[in-house]
Design a protein around this ligand. Structure first.
Ligand SMILES: [Zn+2]
Length: 190
């Protein structure tokens, strides 16, 4: 199949929401669809996220797809995908540093897909999403199911008392909650 031509105008899409809402699943589906159409897709994940193997992104249900592990947000700018399509999972690990590389990719004509958690364990807006969302062509905020009451989840409840906006863990440390069941940690914000 002949690769699809690069679009002349880039596109920035954000897939955000709490943990356990299907963000990575949606990202994987988009990657599969693009590759089926012949688009070169760069897939990236942060090295700091130690939950899945270095060479893949992984859903909570165990599905995985090959990915490049990167330490720095600037690394998304390298490679053949830079003018076609870039998919970045767990974007909150890169914080504000991911904003400029994403905008630069779009300027080059790339279709940029960014997935990650948009509210931290205190319920505050998480970078890079606070900055990315106003620039996005499309924002999809996904919901899961509140582990307490079954309503749609909008928040991520941290189940252990640890400070720091990034604490790596899965369902051993976090739980999906609706806004009514979400309880931010007591004490002063760091
Ligand atoms: Zn609830």
């Amino acid at each position: 199949m002949t690769p699809a031509p690069a679009p002349s105008v880039g596109r920035l899409e954000v897939i955000c929401g709490p943990m356990f809402a299907g963000k990575t699943t949606m990202l994987m589906e988009r990657i599969r669809q693009a590759r089926a159409a012949g688009v070169v897709v760069g897939v990236f994940r942060p090295a700091r996220d130690t939950r899945s193997s270095p060479a893949s992104i992984m859903t909570h249900s165990g599905l995985s797809l090959g990915a490049t592990e990167i330490d720095s947000a600037d690394e998304v700018l390298a490679g053949r995908h830079a003018c076609t399509m870039a998919a970045i999972d767990e974007a909150h690990f890169f914080a504000q540093a991911l904003l400029e590389p994403c905008l630069e990719l779009r300027r080059r004509g790339a279709h940029v897909l960014v997935a990650g958690v948009d509210l931290d364990h205190r319920g505050r807006m998480f970078e890079p999403f606070a900055s990315l969302i106003p620039h996005a062509d499309l924002v999809q905020r996904l919901q899961g199911t509140c582990a307490r009451c079954g309503r749609p989840s909008t928040h991520t409840q941290r189940l252990v008392e640890e400070e720091g906006r990034i604490v790596v863990g899965g369902d051993d440390l976090y739980e999906a909650r609706c806004a009514a069941c979400f309880k931010p940690p007591s004490g002063m914000a760091p």
